[in-house]
Design a protein around this ligand. Structure first.
Ligand SMILES: Nc1ncnc2c1ncn2[C@@H]1O[C@H](COP(=O)(O)OP(=O)(O)OP(=O)(O)O)[C@@H](O)[C@H]1O
Ligand SMILES: [Mg+2]
Length: 252
């Protein structure tokens, strides 16, 4: 389980201010989505939490440690927007990639990627190469690669953005099944309001750059979330709430 605490976080690239005094407490085991206009700083925010980018000021703690330390202990899994599979490695070898690097840091309870590959429906494709897979299948391998570490924190930056609507909704269902009940904390960036609501326990709305938190609400929909969650009247209300907050934030 992982707890993420951001306090007075600022980030600039030269003169460009990207994050403006972001403070958040994220509870262990919760699924938190970030939505906000393009270019506002969402990727920067999650990269700082994942230890890939340093903050300009303020503090970030992942389970009480600086992100770079959490990352070096393989306590953060990252699923980027593009699956980033190595073309010369098979599906099985790509799924094992993070476990093959710096083995000494592997957690004792690391998951068996072969089991996860079967769980996401890729059992018959273990010896295939990435170019032999569809986009959705490649993204499932990237998901397995990140989950294989059993890291308590999973950071996902628009992982389904390149997928068609049908595959995307299948991936949502799959992700809910994979993380529900496993105690993983997930930080999830998306542009898609219904995706954020369907997946999350909490939705955070960011302002245009520099990103500030302009709305932060709980998604009080029951779990496990079924395929027909989007027909629920509460789901529709929550999407409207998120949309209004987002549009409100974009008004000058
Ligand atoms: N490494 C970098 N060097 C300089 N500027 C950067 C760097 N990374 C991001 N930026 C700038 O920071 C701002 C925020 O970028 P970021 O990628 O965090 O936005 P975003 O909210 O994820 O956008 P999108 O929704 O389009 O993915 C942009 O103006 C971008 O040009
Ligand atoms: Mg981004």
């Amino acid at each position: 389980m992982s707890n993420v605490a951001l306090h007075g976080l600022n980030k600039s690239f030269g003169d460009l201010e990207v994050l403006d005094n972001v403070s958040l407490e994220i509870e262990s085991g919760s699924f938190v989505s970030f939505i906000g206009p393009s270019g506002c700083g969402k990727t920067t925010l999650v990269r700082v939490v994942a230890g890939l980018e340093a903050a300009s000021s303020g503090t970030v703690l992942v389970d009480g440690s600086p992100p770079a330390v959490a990352r070096s202990h393989k306590r953060v899994g990252l699923v980027p927007q593009q699956p980033g599979l190595l073309p010369w490695r098979t599906v099985r070898a790509n799924a094992h990639l993070l476990l093959d690097i710096n083995r000494a840091a592997n957690p004792p309870d690391a998951a068996n990627p072969n089991t996860l590959l079967r769980e996401v429906g890729l059992g018959d494709f273990m010896e295939s190469y990435p170019h032999e897979l569809s986009g959705g299948m490649q993204q499932r391998v990237a998901l397995v690669r990140a989950l294989s570490l059993h890291s308590p924190l999973l950071v996902m930056d628009e992982p389904f953005a390149a997928l068609d609507e049908i595959t995307r909704s299948e991936m949502r269902l799959l992700l809910n099944q994979l993380v529900e009940g496993r105690g993983v904390t997930v930080l999830f960036v998306t542009h898609n309001i219904s995706e954020a609501v369907a997946l999350s326990d909490r939705v955070i709305v960011c302002s245009p750059r520099p990103a500030r938190v302009v709305a932060d609400f709980n998604v009080d929909l029951p779990r496990p979330r079924a395929r027909d969650i989007e027909d629920d009247s509460r789901f529709v209300e929550l999407c409207a709430e998120a949309r209004h907050a987002l549009h409100g934030a974009m008004r000058p």
